[in-house]
Structures are given as C-alpha cells and as structure tokens.
Design a binder for this molecule. Structure first.
Ligand code: F3S
Length: 74
C-alpha cells in the first residue's frame, strides 16, 4: 500500500497536485496543499483507483513536496 503526506514547509501553493488528483489533495486557507483523505497525517491508504492520479501529482509538483510512503506515517 501507499500513503502520502504533503510537506507544507516546502509547498508553494502551486496547485498542481489538486489538479492532478482532486480526490487526494485539497488546499488550506493559504492555498497550501494537504491530503484530505486523512488530514495530512499520512495514515490513509491511497485507493488503487487513484494510483495514476497520485503518480501525476508527484510528477507535477515543482517542489517535491508530496512524500510517498510505503508505511503509514504513524
Ligand atoms: Fe504544493 Fe506541490 Fe501541490 S507545491 S500545491 S504540493 S503540487
């Protein structure tokens, strides 16, 4: 399984992730991305059907702020 978390310290609110994977990423009041599956805690498995969208989001993020995890973050 795959988990993910956005590093909000490096996110520049570019918006590419939500465009590629709207079912995974959303934005806070400042436009910074977070994983809305699990409130950016890195604990929710990314559903298989979203794997392609997730890959696109990672590829399109200009700051490599989307972390891909093999295990839950906690
Ligand atoms: Fe931020 Fe990267 Fe998304 S910069 S808004 S995490 S594409």
């Amino acid at each position: 399984p795959t988990y993910t978390i956005v590093d909000k310290d490096t996110c520049i609110a570019c918006g590419a992730c939500g465009a590629a994977a709207p079912a995974i990423f959303d934005y806070d009041d400042e436009g910074l991305a977070y994983v809305h599956l699990d409130n950016n805690t890195g604990t929710a498995k990314i559903p298989k059907e979203l794997a392609d969208d997730f890959a696109d989001a990672i590829e399109n993020c200009p700051t490599e702020s989307i972390k891909k995890l093999d295990k839950p973050a906690r």
